[in-house]
Design a protein around this ligand. Structure first.
Ligand code: ZN
Ligand code: ZN
Length: 417
C-alpha cells in the first residue's frame, strides 16, 4: 500500500499541534481557505501521482536494468546512506533548477503559491512534477542503486521536509547551518530581494553553502511568503497550470522564434524584448500587496469544512485502493475526487458557479452508487452503498441550503472586503 497513507494521520496530528502552539502564543498560524487549498493540492498531487509515478518508476527501472554501471545491494547500510546522500544532492539541483528554469518553475510554483507558511504549506505539492523531475535522478539508476532504495530515500527526503514548514520553531543554532530547518526554509519561501532563490536543500543545507545559494534569516526583515506573480485563486487545476499557460501565451505572442523557445528555459519572470516593451511590468515591491482573501459567508466555510473532511477520508481511500481497482474505476474515482476539490475551492473563491459544480459532482456520485452498485468499487455490500447514498443526499441538501443562505449574506460579506 502507498506509504503516504500511513503518514496522513501524522500530518494532521502535527497540524493540530502547530495550531495549539500558535493559539497559546496568540499567534495567527493558519488561514482556513489557504489551508484547505494547500492540503487539497497535496491530495491531488498524491492521487494524480498514483498514475504518473508508474511512468517515472518504469523509466528508472528500465535504465537500472539495461544501463547500470554497478550492481549495488539493497542489503547494505552503506548503499542506503550513500543513496540518501546522493538523492539529497540531486534533489538540490532539481529544486534549484525548478526555480531557475521557466518550464521547471511551472511545475514547482504550486509549492510556493501560498502566502502563509505553516505545515499545510508543506503538503502543497505539484501534480506535474513527473514531466521532467525523473531526469534528475537517473544518475542513481546508472550507478546501480536498486529501485527500492531510490523510492525509499526519495520518500525519506520528502517526509523530512514536512516539519521545516512552520513559523512556530525559531532559530536552532548550528543546526540551521547544516540541515534544512524551519528558519532557513522560511527564507526559501520568501519573495524579499535578499531571500529570493535561496536555500534549496532538502535535508542538508550544506549544499547551499557549498554552491553559494545560502541565506540566513534576518530577524530585522520578516519573510514575506508567496511568489512574485501571486496566483490570487484557490482553484487547484489553475494552480497547476498558471505558469504553463503564461509561458504558452508569451510564446504565442512574442515575434522571434528564438524567443518563443528561450522562454521555456530562461528564468521565471524573463520576458522577450518585444513583450517587455509592449507590456512593461512595474518593479516588484513585496510590501505593496494585500494577501488574497476573498470573503465568503460563514455557512459556506462550514459547508466546505465538512465536505473537505469527508473528501480527505475519500482521498485516503482512493490512495489506498486505486492500485487494486480496475483502471476505469481507479481513473473515475481519481477524477471524481479532483472535481470535488475544484468544487470546494470554487466555494472558497465565492464563485457563482460553485453550488452548481458541487451539485454536479454529488449527482455524479449518486449515479455511480445507483448504476455501479458500490462506492467506486469498494466492498461492504448494500449497507455501505446505502450509507454512502445517504451522505451524498445530505451533502446535496446542505449545498442547496448554503447556496441560499450564502446568497442572503452576500451583500454584507462583499461590503467587508
Ligand atoms: Zn522551492
Ligand atoms: Zn517548502
Amino acid at each position: 500500500m502507498n506509504p503516504i497513507v500511513y503518514a496522513i494521520p501524522v500530518f494532521f496530528a502535527l497540524i493540530g499541534l502547530e495550531l495549539w502552539v500558535a493559539h497559546r502564543r496568540r499567534a495567527r498560524a493558519y488561514d482556513f481557505a489557504d489551508a484547505v487549498c494547500s492540503i487539497g493540492l497535496g491530495a491531488m498531487s498524491q492521487v494524480s501521482g498514483i498514475f504518473s509515478k508508474l511512468v517515472v518508476l518504469a523509466i528508472y527501472v528500465a535504465v537500472f536494468d539495461h544501463l547500470r554501471l554497478f550492481s549495488l545491494s539493497a542489503g547494505s547500510v552503506a548503499v542506503w546512506l550513500a543513496g540518501l546522500l546522493l538523492y539529497d544532492f540531486l534533489y538540490y539541483w532539481h529544486h534549484r533548477l525548478g526555480h531557475e528554469v521557466g518550464v521547471l518553475w511551472a511545475a514547482h510554483v504550486v509549492h510556493h503559491q501560498s502566502e502563509e507558511f505553516n505545515l499545510s504549506t508543506a503538503l502543497r505539492q505539484t501534480s506535474s512534477g513527473f514531466l521532467f523531475g525523473w531526469v534528475f535522478y537517473l544518475p542513481m539508476a546508472l550507478l546501480g542503486f536498486p529501485p527500492l532504495v531510490f523510492v525509499a530515500v526519495g520518500l525519506i527526503d520528502l517526509l523530512y521536509q514536512y516539519w521545516i514548514h512552520t513559523e512556530q520553531i525559531g532559530r536552532l543554532g548550528w543546526f540551521d547551518r547544516v540541515f534544512a530547518s524551519p528558519s532557513n526554509h522560511r527564507v526559501h519561501h520568501g519573495v524579499n530581494d535578499r531571500y529570493l532563490d535561496k536555500n534549496y536543500g532538502g535535508i542538508l543545507i550544506l549544499w547551499d553553502r557549498l554552491f553559494g545559494t545560502f541565506a540566513d534569516e534576518d530577524a530585522d526583515e520578516p519573510v514575506i511568503y508567496g511568489t512574485r506573480s501571486p496566483l490570487r485563486r484557490y482553484d487547484p487545476v489553475w494552480s497547476n497550470l498558471e505558469v504553463y499557460a503564461a509561458l504558452a501565451r508569451d510564446a504565442w505572442r512574442t515575434r522571434r522564434w528564438r524567443d518563443k523557445l528561450a522562454l521555456w528555459w530562461k528564468p521565471p519572470g524573463w520576458r522577450p524584448a518585444d513583450l517587455a516593451a509592449a507590456d512593461p511590468k512595474p518593479a516588484f515591491d513585496p510590501y505593496a500587496r494585500p494577501k488574497y482573501a476573498p470573503r465568503v459567508a460563514r455557512a459556506v466555510q462550514i459547508h466546505v469544512a465538512v465536505q473537505f473532511a469527508l473528501l480527505m477520508l475519500i482521498g485516503a481511500d482512493c490512495l489506498a485502493r486505486a492500485e487494486q481497482l480496475p483502471l476505469a474505476w481507479g481513473l473515475g474515482y481519481a477524477a471524481w475526487a479532483m472535481l470535488s476539490l475544484v468544487a470546494l475551492c470554487a466555494w472558497l473563491e465565492g464563485a457563482r458557479h460553485a453550488p452548481f459544480l458541487d451539485l454536479a459532482r454529488l449527482v455524479a456520485a449518486l449515479l455511480v452508487l445507483v448504476l455501479g452498485g458500490s462506492w467506486f468499487g469498494a466492498g461492504g455490500g448494500a449497507a455501505l452503498t446505502a450509507v454512502a447514498a445517504a451522505v451524498v443526499l445530505a451533502s446535496a441538501g446542505a449545498a442547496v441550503a448554503v447556496a441560499f443562505a450564502g446568497a442572503r449574506q452576500q451583500p454584507a460579506a462583499a461590503g467587508e472586503s
